[in-house]
Write a protein that binds this ligand. Sequence first.
Ligand code: GLP
Length: 261
Amino acid sequence: MEVIIRPDKASATELVAKLISNALIEKPDLVLGLATGNTMEPLYARLAEMHKKERLDFSLCRTFNLDEYVGLPAENKNSYRHYMNEHLFKKINIDIRNTHLPSGTAKDLDKECEKYEHKIKKCDGIDLQLLGIGKSGHIGFNEPLSAFFSRTRVKALTPTTITQNSPLFDRPRDMPKRAITMGVGTILEAKRIVTLVLGTSKSDILAKSVEGPVTSMVSATALQLHPKCVVISDEKAAAKLKGKDYYKWIFENEPEWEEYR
Ligand code: GLP
């Protein structure tokens, strides 16, 4: 795992946008794993801008989102399908048929999860998986005690997640209490992982995720096991990291990061 600390939200977001656009230029039919949440909104706005101003081409790109709420149809404005359409897909030249999210309204949810795994395999797996970290330490909706070998399945959401996400609903009590999520095992199979973590409210969970012991109590600690995972944060989220100076030195000195400095 590598940790990159940028001075603020804008520069951390810009770095992630550049990593994604470079990966897409290198492989136009990139299989991109996508995440939702507040953290991703400015990133998707920036990718849309890169499409408009720099002609970043998504025409062959294929996407798989991490998760979807159980019970919310695509038209519901709190569904992650709606979020993705509004924040990204409508603003770029992606073929909507190449964008995938699990359906939270499938009659047979277990079968839907199996089908989702199968679709990812048919595309030869995810090339680059974008992640955020929830306050409960979740990646996707893999709440504490999710098995590190878990696959796409239905998970009950924790009170921490319900508290974090329910204000986004007009009536907070309408927030579904279950979601379909890629498993930790599914996520760890991505060829490369880019995690974006921003703001003071994430400083405790970021420190636990990156420097704490690997434990299924904090799903994000599983990322320490991935051979090609970078965590990009701003100074505020990085405030509680013990190895801050070392991580900064790596960014300044590793040739891999030269073009991003
Ligand atoms: C949701 C998503 C996660 C995301 C998290 C963080 O719970 N399922 O994939 O990482 O939100 O959200 P935010 O960026 O709003 O803090």
